[in-house]
Each structure stands twice: as structure tokens, then as C-alpha cells.
Design a protein around this ligand. Structure first.
Ligand code: HEC
Ligand code: HEC
Length: 243
């Protein structure tokens, strides 16, 4: 539940969840295959509940694709883990301690392999690998749009179009300021990150195209359109005020 993680909703309207509910209501036999949250996230009774991409879908090291690496760097700065010049911050230490994201390739791969083995109980290797890779690619595409939006807002601080009410010393958007962000454009940015990007990639990983496309990707596209327009209007307004 919650805007940032409607996994139950995604799951229960996916083929996996629908099949599970049909089993519960006796329409499908007990022997029918239908994974539950536990099959994929608590395999063998393991309560670790850890995934490759973690909750916010970033990881270190940066990917070889230079465009994606640049976008992810922008997002990690927006999470306050790197400062605007790219130096690690105190918050990075906190996020690492909380194990919010994987910080080595090996750590990421271990979780991915574990998830892949889950899918493999019921699906072919090719299908399972292909579906998980679709999730990765959705993150890459979503990062493109989110990074552009972060840079637009960062540009407004830099050019003193809007004031930065600061949690940290430097003028850069803080995605974790959530609803405390003071302007509409900053609030749009927080929803783009916490609501729509989450749905885009988590909907894909939970085999729910409806969430991935309509509640996720499609919303991100309208977010970026509005953010571009709001920024242009704010800049125009500032110019007019000066005259
Ligand atoms: C068919 C397997 C499958 C089922 C069933 C499933 N998930 Fe997931 N879940 C995934 C995959 C795959 C990911 C993304 C993994 C990655 O990061 O590579 C994911 C990601 C997540 C995340 C975000 C990552 C994190 O660590 O916070 C949460 C939260 C989550 N699932 C919760 C649930 C809940 C709750 C249910 C049941 C309502 C559920 N999942 C059912 C496969 C599943
Ligand atoms: C317990 C068995 C089981 C597990 C584990 C499982 N699935 Fe499935 N999955 C199914 C069944 C059964 C279907 C429905 C197949 C159908 O209707 O043709 C399905 C359907 C799907 C679909 C929808 C395909 C479509 O045609 O719409 C996707 C995508 C999918 N699974 C991905 C995954 C991924 C990725 C994992 C691992 C993270 C996974 N599944 C784990 C049993 C499982």
C-alpha cells in the first residue's frame, strides 16, 4: 500500500495474483502454479526480503552505458548521497548502513541470481531472464526522465529562480524532502520519483503492464512535460518581474 509501494495491488491484478486468488476460491485446483509474495521474497523461509535493485532502484557501481551512468549519478545526488560536485555525503553513509541499495556488482548479482532461480521453478531460463531484463530496461528509461526533471529544478536553484529551503547546504533538489518541498514544481518532482517511477519499474517486475504503463510510465511522461512548462513559466515570470 501507499503511493510508493502498491505491490499488493500490482500483484493481485497480475496473472500470478489472479491465479493465486482463483486457487483460494477453489476455481483452480490446489496443484495450480501461482507464486505469492513469499515465493519470490522469502524463499525457503528467508526473512531477509532483499532484492537486487532495492526499494529505490539505484546501485553502485555505475553502469557502463554513459548516458545511464550520468542519469543515475543525478538521481543519487537527488537522494542526497552525492553532493552536486559528485562527492559522497554523510547521507551516503546512512543509506549504506541502512542497506537501502546494493553498493557492489557482486552484491547485486547475488540477489538477481536468487530471484532468477525463483522464476526458474516455473518458467524457462530465457523467459525469466528476458522478463527480469525488461525490469532493468524500464529503470533505465525511467531514469532518463527523472534525471532531466532533477536537472531542470537544479537549474532553477542555480539561477535563483526559486529559493532553496535547505536540508543540506547546497542548492540541489532533495527527493527525500517529499511533501515538505515548498513549490509546485518541487512537489511534482517528488511525486515523479516516489509515486510514478516506483510504479514504472516495480509494475514491470511484478508482471503488471497496467501499473508499469498507465500508472507509471505514462504519468512520468506527463510529469516531465509539466515540469518543463512550469520551469519555463517561472523563468519568464522572473524576467518580467525584473523589467
Ligand atoms: C513472481 C515473483 C514476485 C512476486 C510474486 C512478488 N514480487 Fe515483489 N519483486 C519481484 C521482483 C523480481 C522485484 C524486483 C527485483 C530486483 O530488484 O531485481 C520485486 C520488488 C519488490 C519490492 C521493491 C524492492 C524492495 O526490496 O523493496 C517490494 C517492496 C516488493 N517486491 C514487494 C512484494 C509484495 C508485497 C508482494 C506480494 C503482494 C510481491 N512483492 C510479490 C518479484 C516478485
Ligand atoms: C510458482 C510458479 C511461478 C513462479 C515462481 C513465477 N511465475 Fe510467472 N507465471 C506463472 C504462471 C502459472 C503464469 C501464467 C502463465 C499463463 O497464463 O500462460 C505466469 C505468468 C507470468 C507472466 C505473464 C506472462 C503473460 O503472458 O502475461 C510474467 C511476465 C511472469 N510470469 C514473470 C515471472 C517472473 C519474472 C518470475 C520471477 C521473478 C516469475 N514469473 C515467477 C508461474 C510462476
Amino acid at each position: 500500500m501507499g503511493i510508493d509501494h502498491p505491490q499488493w495491488e500490482m500483484y493481485s491484478s497480475s496473472k500470478h495474483g489472479v491465479r493465486y486468488m482463483l486457487k483460494q476460491s477453489g476455481v483452480l485446483p490446489e496443484s495450480a502454479a501461482a507464486p505469492t509474495c513469499q515465493s519470490c521474497h522469502m524463499t525457503g523461509g528467508n526473512h531477509g526480503v532483499r532484492t537486487a535493485w532495492g526499494f529505490v532502484a539505484v546501485r553502485l557501481p555505475m553502469p557502463p552505458d554513459p548516458k545511464w551512468a550520468a542519469d543515475r549519478t543525478t538521481i543519487v545526488k537527488g537522494l542526497g548521497a552525492l553532493d552536486p560536485s559528485g562527492k559522497p555525503t554523510a547521507r551516503l553513509g546512512v543509506l549504506k548502513d541502512l542497506d537501502v541499495f546494493r553498493t557492489t556488482q557482486e552484491d547485486w548479482q547475488k540477489e538477481r541470481d536468487r530471484m532468477f532461480a525463483n522464476c526458474r521453478q516455473c518458467h524457462s531460463s530465457n523467459f525469466a531472464r528476458g522478463e527480469l531484463e525488461k525490469g532493468d530496461m524500464m529503470i533505465r528509461e525511467a531514469d532518463r526522465l527523472l534525471a532531466e526533471a532533477i536537472e531542470i529544478v537544479a537549474g532553477l536553484y542555480r539561477d535563483k529562480i526559486i529559493a532553496k529551503s535547505s536540508y543540506y547546504a547546497y542548492p540541489y533538489p532533495d527527493l527525500l524532502a517529499f511533501h515538505d518541498a515548498p513549490t509546485s514544481i518541487e512537489q511534482k518532482l517528488y511525486l515523479m520519483f516516489l509515486e510514478h517511477r516506483m510504479r514504472t519499474f516495480q509494475g514491470t517486475f511484478h508482471a503488471n503492464p497496467d501499473y508499469a504503463l498507465w500508472y507509471g510510465w505514462s504519468k512520468m511522461v506527463s510529469d516531465i512535460t509539466e515540469i518543463r512548462k512550469l520551469a519555463a513559466d517561472l523563468r519568464k515570470g522572473k524576467k518580467a518581474a525584473k523589467r
